[in-house]
Design a binder for this molecule. Structure first.
Ligand code: GDP
Ligand code: MN
Length: 380
């Protein structure tokens, strides 16, 4: 789950990381009022869950409350990368003298969290990583020992931070580490962490991603969830406990088990096709859940064919078949459906499906080849 900038910065602030004074607004009038309270120059920042808002025109300065109202009106009517702007953050404007990147995420290969920092902050860190990777310093942290002081100093030295800022930088790094661990984040990022003209370090931007598997112990985050900003299909999938990720191909995949789902996607690609999604219906899925999964896949207009690949273990093939039949009566799919059922109650499952219009396959290779052909209109 992604948090908005204003939510991330509020959390940062609770952990002692300095942030600009400011508040979030849903209307231009509110934005004007906040600007009046703050006095002086403000920055109006669109709150959408994508990066690169600055480049897209979603971050603008305003000299006075009247201008703040005008700018907020414009930004609140914008769409950034397909997401409508519903809120703006009105912050005291900062006088930037330089911009630093500071972030913590999981390094899966190292099996440890990693602190990353760069003196080339402000811009996309992915771009820095590509163009000049030597400008990014990485320090791995042992999760059992936690962040040690010398490691925070290594980061400061690694980005050639002037000595006068070390004390503040080290305290911010410790704060961000606490944010990362205590909130069960998979990403906690400040970009930019700026040095102001007044020689202060301050977190101008904030980004956090919380591990969905830990949400049960953070009820406060569930309240922060911004449903408006998520794909409707993913919200629906979560409601039914399905692991669903929309992709940009055209073969809808319905599979039980994450490993089998990955394999199915790989083999589709091997035969020249493109998966439209990752979907794991999970072990022991009942007919209701299967029907929901089927509806979600078919609601994607890019889907030209569906591949159902079920290896019945705990999941029973007859339950899956019942779910498919129920969903087909409801949604009436217009695209070909390729089915491979193997394992527990596969025979019963095939019988239930024998009346429905679908293409059956014996092996995974057979199923993938048929699905790819069907997606290209070569098989009906
Ligand atoms: P992002 O583009 O979505 O990452 O949004 P950021 O919050 O990182 O803002 C992008 C850029 O806008 C920053 O790197 C700054 O250069 C600039 N910016 C943001 N806030 C201020 C501010 O208060 N004053 C000034 N002068 N520039 C700002
Ligand atoms: Mn940023």
């Amino acid at each position: 789950m992604k948090l908005h900038e204003y939510q991330s910065k509020q959390i940062f602030s609770r952990y002692g990381i300095p942030i600009p004074k400011g508040r979030v607004a849903s209307t231009a009038q509110e934005a004007k009022q906040i600007a009046e309270e703050l006095g002086g120059k403000v920055v109006i920042k669109s709150q959408v869950l994508v990066g690169g808002r600055g480049k897209a025109g979603g971050i603008r300065l305003a000299k006075n409350p009247t201008e703040a109202e005008e700018v907020a009106t414009q930004i609140l009517s914008m769409e950034i990368k397909g997401l409508p702007v519903r809120k703006v953050l009105v912050d005291e404007a900062a006088n930037i003298s330089s911009e630093i990147y500071l972030g913590i995420t999981n390094d899966r290969a190292a099996r440890k969290p990693v602190i990353m920092a760069s003196s080339s902050g402000g811009v996309d860190i992915e771009e820095v990583a590509q163009v000049s990777p030597e400008k990014i310093i990485k320090v791995h942290v042992d999760p059992l020992l936690g962040l040690r002081d010398y490691q925070a100093r290594d980061v400061a030295a690694g980005i050639d931070l002037p000595r006068e800022h070390w004390k503040s930088f080290i305290s911010i790094t410790h704060g961000l580490w606490k944010v990362y661990t205590e909130c069960d984040a998979t990403l906690a990022e400040i970009n930019p962490l700026v040095i102001t003209a007044e020689n202060q370090l301050i977190a101008l931007d904030g980004k956090m991603i919380i591990d969905d598997n830990a949400l049960f112990r953070h009820p406060e985050f569930s309240e922060m969830r911004d449903l408006d900003a998520e794909a409707p299909s993913e919200i629906e999938a979560r409601k039914y406990g399905l692991s669903y990720i929309k992709l940009d191909g055209d073969i809808g995949c319905m599979v039980n088990g994450a490993g089998l789902a990955m394999t199915t996607m790989d083999i589709i690609k091997l035969f020249g096709g493109n998966p439209a999604n990752f979907l794991d219906i999970g072990g022991g899925a009942n007919a209701d859940k299967v029907a929901a999964a089927f509806r979600i896949i078919l609601s994607d207009p890019n889907v030209k064919a569906v591949l159902l690949n079920v290896f019945g273990g705990i999941t029973r093939c007859d339950e899956v078949a019942h779910g498919i039949v129920a969903a087909m009566q409801e949604v009436k799919p217009k695209v070909p459906l390729v089915v491979r059922l193997v394992g527990t109650n596969a025979e019963e499952g095939r019988e239930i499906l024998s009346n429905a219009q679908m293409i059956t396959a014996e092996t995974l290779v057979d199923a993938a080849q048929k699905a790819v052909a069907a997606s290209k209109g070569e098989l009906q």
